[in-house]
Design a protein around this ligand. Structure first.
Ligand code: FAD
Ligand code: DHB
Length: 393
């Protein structure tokens, strides 16, 4: 087996792993990023699209924000539709002038990969980490399977940024961490379509038939979602059926039809809430989906992942450069406070916007929540601040 050494091994080249690599690299800390998929795969994977105000600044400060600032769409409001009427929540007005940026996750990933490869920093694709070990000793290591066999990489710290089904969290003995979990009784069917968005701002919609969301990626590319049954498959949803259902759910008197175009990507995602605590085991630190999942209704998944990494990078630098381990010791507790805030907000948005079949008591409560969210200045201020910049609450 080949053997090498670095200061920090980063497992996973999603937004969390790539940003951590960038923050450590630019501060002079050696690190290796290992990704089991190909570069093409991670750059094409369509996922989240909403970047919080503070997270956009973080991406910028890390030197990866040039294209996001140029091409990203800055939104100052968001629309809620229910009972066939549209209600705008003036995000920026309610959240001290802050706004969200609509910019695809895979674009953030492309920008971070280009930056890293441009700097000549080590980033290996098609490299699967199969073993993470020695975590409670002074000599942790990972084994990675690549095209040229197995390599053992020794290090001082391991960052588990390997997503929800990764090897990192599985390396923690089950008796030493707890997993809090909830599964929701619906999934999201998402499409990307070559057509100008029907609205200037995002539209979250609760209709008797189910949830719908109208989002976008550019002035010519729309991103749309439908709440579907948990066991639905893509075979059951032809393009015609998807457009018909989007039209039914999103219709209001003022906007009876949405723009339709060629569907270029489609997928179904189940909806879960998961928190793994603590987010640390010895010299292993979990960040992003490896430690927590939120249902996508609050648009928090990628934002949480990047916010973890901001804390982790600062804590690793304090330890590696100044031998100060107070921030590393506080890492899990610091992150979990924000994580639970995001879990609560994502749960609130999810429960309010997904009608519950024939449970009319629940449906009545959902509509009461929605009316309060758009009609009460206090309630819409809390919603706006959670949505635009979770750290501001
Ligand atoms: P990931 O992006 O999952 O990155 C982890 C990386 O680790 C992956 O590239 C994976 O291939 C790699 N990896 C895993 N195991 C190994 C291993 N053993 N060795 C090496 N590499 C490994 N959030 C929203 O806010 N809105 C959305 O619309 C939305 N849609 C989503 C759709 C889907 C299908 C999924 C799965 C998630 C979605 N999310 C959404 C959530 C959001 O995309 C995630 O929160 C975000 O990707 C988290 O980033 P991450 O870097 O922590 O993990
Ligand atoms: C998008 C995804 C979300 O989960 C969300 O809440 C809003 C927008 C998107 O992909 O654009």
């Amino acid at each position: 087996m080949k053997e090498t050494r670095t200061q920090v091994v980063i497992v996973g080249a999603g937004p969390a792993g790539l940003l951590l690599g960038q923050l450590l690299q630019s501060a002079g800390v050696d690190n290796v990023v290992l990704e089991r998929r190909s570069r093409e795969y991670v750059e094409q994977r369509v996922r989240a699209g909403v970047i919080e105000y503070g997270v956009a600044n973080l991406i910028d400060d890390a030197g990866a924000g040039e294209r996001m600032r140029r091409e990203g769409l800055v939104h100052h409001g968001v629309e809620f539709r229910f009972e066939h009427h549209a209600h705008r929540v003036a995000l920026s007005e309610l959240a001290d002038g802050r706004a969200i940026t609509v910019y695809g996750q895979q674009e953030v990933v492309k920008d971070l990969i280009a930056l890293r490869l441009g700097a000549g920093a080590p980033l290996h694709f098609d490299a699967e980490v199969t073993v993470v070990d020695g975590l409670t000793s002074d000599a942790p290591f990972v084994d990675v399977e690549g095209a040229d066999g197995t390599t053992r990489i020794s290090c001082e710290y391991v960052a588990g940024c390997d997503g929800s089904f990764g090897v990192a969290s599985r390396s923690i003995p089950t008796t030493l961490h707890r997993k809090y979990e909830r599964t929701y009784p619906f999934s999201w069917l998402g499409i990307l379509a070559e057509v100008p968005p029907s609205n200037e701002e995002l539209v979250y919609c609760r209709h008797e038939n189910g949830f719908a969301l109208s989002s976008m990626r550019s002035p010519t590319l729309s991103r749309l979602y439908l709440g579907v049954e948990p066991n639905d498959t893509l075979d059951e949803w032809s393009d015609d059926r998807i457009w018909d259902e989007l039209n039914v759910r999103l219709a209001t008197e003022a906007t009876p039809a949405i723009n339709q175009g060629r569907v270029v990507e489609r997928s179904i995602t189940s909806m879960r809430s998961v928190v793994v605590a603590p987010m640390r085991h010895g010299r292993l630190f979990l960040a992003g989906d490896a430690a927590h999942i939120v249902p996508p209704t609050g648009a928090k998944g990628m934002n949480l992942a990047l916010a973890d990494v901001r804390v982790l990078a600062g804590a690793l630098l304090a330890q590696l450069q100044r031998k100060d381990d107070t921030l590393l010791a506080a890492y899990s507790a610091t992150c979990l406070e924000r994580v639970w805030r995001a879990e609560e907000f994502s749960n609130y948005m999810t429960q309010m916007l997904h009608p519950n079949g024939d449970d009319d008591f629940e449906n009545g409560v959902q509509l009461a929540r929605l009316r309060q969210a758009v009609n009460s200045r206090e309630a819409s201020t809390v919603l706006a601040r959670n949505y635009v910049d979770l750290n501001s609450l």
